[in-house]
Design a protein around this ligand. Structure first.
Ligand code: MGD
Ligand code: MGD
Ligand code: MO
Length: 579
């Protein structure tokens, strides 16, 4: 009886989902790996490919080798952006032969992507005045709304403003635009460098605007392609884990499962922490993850968790959230996805969705660490039965054979017809994406241009825009070593990457300890002292360091009004030499 479903989408790709739903009526990308193989130009924004999406390196090098243009847009020149040693290519590794992967690197300022994208659109529209083929007028007329307003907005935005906000020269923006108009088919791909910002939704919509101008949608080799994180980030929304569920979904759930699901919107991650602190949330159940460490404002969030009457962690591995807990606490170890899951109906499998909306079965092969471990579905259904003894839902029957859960899903969820058969196909199946067929489930029934005001992202004098990110040897909150291989860092996490001129201006030399003071939207301050300054090739006014340590700098009130995502890539900080 609750839609309180905080999840890591709230910190990850909420902005992408909201923007794509508003623009195209589908909250996901429309391209798959085949499109990556066919495209003429790839624009990659805000992803550390080499460390966080290594599988993408193979696609990038293949694309580059076949002559496709690859443009990286990132304040950092990341290793994967210039050359790549494909992790699975042992021969290359042995000879240390690296493949080039980029035609152009554009070092935008932190948060400057929207201005760059609009600048590219402006250039495309300027080119269209003498070269009508620069835009796809037929596509625009037939499939979109809002074009004239968007064109007027681009024309009215002066180049000086686009240069100032993006941190790039007009010449560089024109270069990117030229690559875009020269390409018959383009894909734009992005990750957290775009989403974890105040104007993340506007920026993803600007990505769609740019794609629509040249009809880069609904055909092979073209379209938007968010790089998603956890498999649950892509899978959970598909399956209805959403604190703002659609009425149509709830209607079908009610009909098929004969329940009366609550209609009110529930709490997301930020909302949950606020409610815990007010004392309005009594029980927290964590199905995986490391909530305490992954969320912003660590001291405040620890207090929020400690305020709960009961916290429950269902996990495969111990983590900080097991020791930052409510008045009562349970740790429920569970089977991992790689473990063999025996139930009455035999060995069970779960289904997973990947970044390209492909769904396939995952069967665990390993012997479980203990015969007492339960699977996650068994834990959920056990909790349900204990809490609702008279529930007519056949909880135990579902757990005997997970195909039964999938049969119910196929009745409730669009695109899951015949689920059990299709999920067993050798490569699984691709979830139907209406926008790919040029069917737009938007209010207008068309793809919608947006005409948002350009965000002001230039830091106030003396301030820096600090982004928090992962090192190489890290999986979110799990740190495997203190090295960050491709950025040349060994044995150090308590660091802050800075532009050399910004350091000089502050009298800071390499490895000097510094004090960091963050200023939140509400004017409050948060501090981190003694971190070591590391000069790095990045634009002035920007800084960067590692999550989750730097979550102490991010105030709970510092979330985007567009997506409710914490501003993990744009913390306003002062950095001074430690005294
Ligand atoms: N090995 C490994 N793989 C992972 C993960 C992991 O922790 N470890 N995490 C998984 C998850 S859940 C996710 S969501 C993804 C995250 O994948 P990424 O999005 O690559 O994650 P981050 O490490 O936060 O890196 C952010 C990147 O964005 C850049 N950036 C920062 N600010 C801006 C900006 O304003 N504009 C642009 N254009 N770029 C910017 C940074 O320089 C950096 O390259 O990776 C997934 N894969
Ligand atoms: N400052 C800052 N903060 C961030 C980010 C950032 O860029 N900057 N990124 C955000 C993003 S994109 C994300 S996705 C979140 C990630 O936040 P979380 O998902 O909360 O963090 P993880 O570190 O991935 O969680 C790892 C834990 O999950 C459990 N686990 C692993 N596999 C399983 C399983 O199969 N079943 C169960 N039940 N448990 C399992 C293990 O106990 C493990 O310790 O962090 C967010 N936090
Ligand atoms: Mo994520």
């Amino acid at each position: 009886g609750t839609n309180n479903l905080p999840d890591c989408s709230n910190m990850c790709h909420e902005a992408s989902g909201r923007a794509l739903t508003a623009a195209l009526g589908t909250g996901k990308g429309t391209v798959d790996l085949k499109d990556w193989e066919a495209t003429d130009a790839l624009f990659i924004l805000g992803v550390n490919v080499a460390s966080n999406a290594p599988r993408m390196l193979t696609s990038l090098t293949e694309a580059f080798d076949r002559g496709a243009q690859v443009v990286h847009i990132n304040p950092f020149i990341e290793a994967g952006a210039t050359k790549a040693i494909i992790p699975h290519d042992f021969l290359d590794m042995a000879t240390f032969h690296a493949t080039r992967t980029s035609t152009l690197d554009l070092q935008v300022r932190v948060g400057g992507d929207m201005a760059l994208l609009r600048g590219m659109a402006k250039a495309v529209l300027e080119q269209a005045k003498t070269d009508p083929k620069a835009i796809d007028s037929q596509f625009i007329n037939r499939h979109t709304v809002g074009f004239e307003e968007y064109r007027a907005l681009c024309e009215a935005t002066p180049w000086e403003e686009l240069e100032r906000q993006s941190g790039l020269s007009r010449a560089d923006i024109l270069k990117a635009a030229r690559i875009y108009t020269d390409a018959d088919r383009s894909i734009i791909s992005w990750c957290l460098g775009v989403t974890q910002h105040e104007h993340g939704v506007d920026t993803v919509r600007e990505i769609v605007n740019l794609l629509l101008l040249r009809g880069n949608l609904g055909r092979e080799g073209a379209g938007p392609s968010p790089v998603r994180g956890h498999s649950n980030v892509q899978g959970n929304r598909t399956c209805g884990i959403d604190h703002r569920p659609e009425p149509e979904f709830l209607d079908r759930l009610a009909e098929v499962c004969k329940i009366n699901p609550p209609r009110d919107h529930g709490l997301d991650t930020i909302g949950t922490l606020q409610a815990m602190n007010r004392g309005d949330v009594k029980v927290f159940i964590g199905m995986g993850g490391n909530f305490a460490l992954a969320v912003p404002d660590s001291p405040f969030s620890y207090e929020a968790l400690r305020n709960c009457d009961l916290t429950v962690q269902v996990s495969t591995k111990l983590n900080r959230s097991h020791v930052v807990h409510g008045k009562e606490a349970l740790i429920l170890p569970c089977l991992a996805r790689t473990d063999k899951d025996h139930q009455r109906g035999g060995v069970q499998s779960t289904s997973v969705e990947d970044s390209m909306s492909m769904v396939h079965l995952s069967v665990g092969m390993k012997r479980p660490a203990s015969k007492h471990l339960l699977s996650e579905p068994a834990i959920i259904s056990g909790m349900a039965r204990a809490a609702l003894p008279a529930s007519p839902t056949p909880w135990e029957w579902y757990i005997e054979d997970y195909d039964r859960i999938r049969d119910t899903m196929s009745e409730v969820l669009d695109g899951f017809e015949d689920f059990n058969r299709r999920v067993r196909l050798p490569l699984g199946f691709r979830i139907k994406q209406p926008a790919r067929e040029l069917i737009f489930l938007t209010e207008s029934g068309k793809a919608e241009f947006s005409s948002a005001k350009l965000a002001d992202v230039v830091p106030a004098p003396g301030m820096l825009a600090l982004g928090t990110m992962r090192s190489h040897d890290q999986w979110n909150t799990t740190i495997y070593s203190d090295n960050d291989r491709y950025r040349g860092i060994k044995n150090l996490r308590e660091l802050v990457f800075m532009n050399e001129d910004d350091m000089r201006e502050r009298g800071i030399s390499e490895f000097d300890p510094v004090n960091i003071v963050a200023t939140a939207k509400d004017g409050s301050h948060r501090y981190l002292d003694g971190y070591l300054a590391i000069p790095y090739d990045m634009p002035r006014g920007c800084a960067a360091g590692y999550m989750p340590e730097m979550n102490v700098l991010i105030a709970l009130c510092d979330y985007s009004t567009q997506s409710d995502q914490p501003l993990m890539k744009h913390v306003k900080v002062h950095i001074t030499a430690a005294t």
